[in-house]
Structure formats: C-alpha cells, structure tokens
Design a protein around this ligand. Structure first.
Ligand code: ADP
Length: 349
C-alpha cells in the first residue's frame, strides 16, 4: 500500500482544551479524501496540523513515510511540499492569469515555467485565459485558476479548506465535480475539509465524518448513507427517520410498519432498538399500514413527504414529482429494505 499521508492517534489542544482527540487516518497516493463534520468539530485544526501550522500534543503525522509532526517536532510548512486552497481563492488582482499561476514556480527556468503554465491552463480548460486579469473572469473561472496556481509546483498533497463556501449553492456541486476531475487528471492526492455533504459526495473517494474531535466513520459516500456506524452519522448524512423495533416471542423484529426482514446485517443486539429508515426504504403498498401526509417538499423531479403513523412517529417517503398528494391524505405504505440499520435505544438520562 502506498500511503501518502498517515495520521496516527493525533491529539491537538488549544491551551488546555483538546479539540482533536485521537485521529487515525490515511490517504493513498492519488486519493481524494474529505473531513466532513459540523462547525467546530476540529476539521480546520487538523488540516492546519497537516500543513505544519499547528503542533500536535500526541501521535504522529507522516508524509511519504517520513514523520513531519510529532510532539516536540514540527517540520516547517514550506518544507512539506503541500499546496493549499482556502475559502476565498483570492487571486492577485494586479497579476494576469499566467503570472498568477506561475507565482509559486518563479524559480524555474523561463521556458519550463511557461510550459507548466500552459499545461495547467489546458488542464483547467481555460487555454486562452493567460493574458486576462482576474476581474475579467467569472467566480468559477477564478476558482479554477486558483486551483491551477496551487497545483503549479506539483505539491505532494493538496489541502482544501471549504473551497466552495463563497460560491452559489447551485454552483458548488458542479464545481466540486469539476475540481475532482482536474485532480484526478493531474493525479494529485488531496484532502478537502467541508461541512457540506453534497460537496463531499461530489468530490471525495472516501469521507471521514468527524464529531467533537473524533472520526466517527471513514467510508465511501454510499456506505455512509446506507450503513452509518452510529446515530450521529445517520443524522448527519442524508435524511431519515428512526422507528422503534421490538422483538416478538419468536425472536422476530417487529415495527409499526410490520416485520423487519433482517438483511445485510447480523442482529445480535438485544434490548430496545430503532431502525433507520431512509425515504427510499418506504414504498406504497395497498395492504400496508395507513399513514397521513403531514408535510411535503416539492423538489421538481421528486417529492419528499413526511408521513405520520398511528403512534405519532414520523417517517419520510420519496416519490417522483408526479405523485402529488395533498396534506391530510392517507397513504398505505410498507417497507422495501435491502439492508437493515439498527441502533440500540439510548438509555434515558
Ligand atoms: P471546524 O473546522 O470543524 O469548524 P476548528 O478546527 O476550526 O473546527 O475548531 C475546533 C475547536 O477549536 C472549536 O471549538 C474552536 O472554537 C476551537 N479553536 C479553533 N481555533 C482556535 C484557537 N486558535 N484558539 C483556541 N481555540 C480554537
């Protein structure tokens, strides 16, 4: 395995407050990773430690099999060969696009530098933009140039901190996908920090979901959504509802929507449990359970409904945009599961 970045039980504190509490994580060469989590969970702190701006209290950070941070030792940022792209992507306004891109490779011979700039302009699909100034470009184009600037010195690792947060929400996902393609073409290993799951999904190969200084799960987007490791991940990634489940005297699991087929997971858990239901786990079924429509969100191609069961528990149901039911309508539904995600019910406090 060719690990480019390796974090081993990293702890980071400000004064006496520990904000990263033992993170173990790695990236393979060429992989795009992501730290995803709510504001304040320690993502930026961890990124700054990888860049060499923040010392660590315990553990180690290795780049290309060489330790760059451990307690009492910190290799300077400029010696790590790391590229960085931050929130506002600011280009130098008084330099044209070619000089912006060439900024970090000023020490290279003129011809080599010009060739690198040209190839980066082609890579970000703005081959003729070299002589333009930043204000002549759209936000998305400026962002691609800033990316080209960060890639110019061929960094071993590219770090990106909320790179799209100043962009229109509608644009973010497509930009994230574009940046992914550029990084893949260039073969760059990159680590993205974001609180936006759509950005993470569009960009990363694997995503580490963080909460209060710890990685809760580190997986593909598909697995985070379908098999979240715990309630936090289930609630943070995607939408869903939790439905109480009891075991009958024959050991079967029964919910208000009927028996739960146990698929894709072994159920050794005892005690009270809840099953995670994603909107696409619920289907209309003529002989199903009666529910009432209490909320709907029309989203064009599909509609997301909130349904209330007899007990008052609410579930979500998604269907295509032509299935238009009014609030108050009753719908008969059942389950269509291809995996079962169960969580023990938290002890009351
Ligand atoms: P995130 O990037 O996930 O939003 P941060 O890494 O910025 O989280 O912050 C993690 C925690 O550390 C927060 O509680 C934040 O208030 C605190 N923190 C961040 N920077 C500093 C600092 N320079 N001094 C003291 N506390 C800080």
């Amino acid at each position: 395995m060719n690990k480019l970045l390796e974090l081993n039980d990293v702890h980071i504190a400000y004064e006496n407050t520990e904000v990263v509490k033992g993170v173990t994580y790695d990236l393979q060469a060429g992989e795009i990773g992501c730290l995803l989590g709510p504001s304040g969970c320690g993502k930026t702190t961890l990124l700054r430690a990888i860049a060499g701006f923040e010392p660590i209290r315990a553990g180690s950070i290795d780049l290309k099999q060489s330790t760059v941070s451990r307690p009492g030792k910190i290799l300077a940022p400029e010696q790590r060969h790391i590229g960085m792209v931050f929130q506002d992507f600011a280009l130098f306004p008084h330099l044209n696009v070619a000089d912006n891109i060439g900024f970090g490779i000023a020490d290279r011979p003129g011809k080599e530098r010009r060739k690198r700039i040209e190839s980066l302009l082609r890579l970000v699909e703005l081959p003729d933009a070299g002589s333009l100034f930043p204000h002549q470009l759209s936000g998305g184009q400026q962002q691609r140039i800033a990316l080209a600037r960060a890639l110019a010195p061929e960094p071993s690792l590219l770090l990106m901190d909320e790179p799209f947060s100043s962009m229109d929400v509608d644009l973010r996902e497509s930009l994230a996908r574009e940046v992914r393609e550029i990084l893949k073409r260039e073969g760059t290993t990159a680590l993205l920090v974001t609180h936006d799951q759509h950005e993470a999904f569009a960009m990363a190969d694997r995503i580490a979901v963080m909460q209060t200084g710890l990685i809760q799960q580190w997986d593909t987007a598909f697995n985070l959504y379908h098999t979240p490791a715990n309630r936090f991940v289930a609630g943070f990634i995607g939408q869903g509802a939790l439905l109480p489940v009891v075991r009958d005297n024959r050991g079967r699991l029964i919910s208000e929507l009927g028996p739960i087929p146990v698929v894709g997971t072994e159920v050794s858990k005892t005690g009270n449990m809840e099953i995670l239901l994603r909107p696409d786990d619920v289907v209309r079924q003529p002989d199903g359970v009666t529910t009432q429509v209490i909320g709907k969100a029309f989203r064009g191609a599909d509609i997301l409904y909130r349904l209330r069961l007899q007990s008052g528990t609410e579930i979500l149901y998604i269907t295509h945009g032509r299935d238009n039911f009014p609030l108050g309508e009753t719908l008969s539904v059942g389950l269509d599961l291809d995996h079962t995600v169960l969580f023990p019910v938290a002890e009351s406090v």
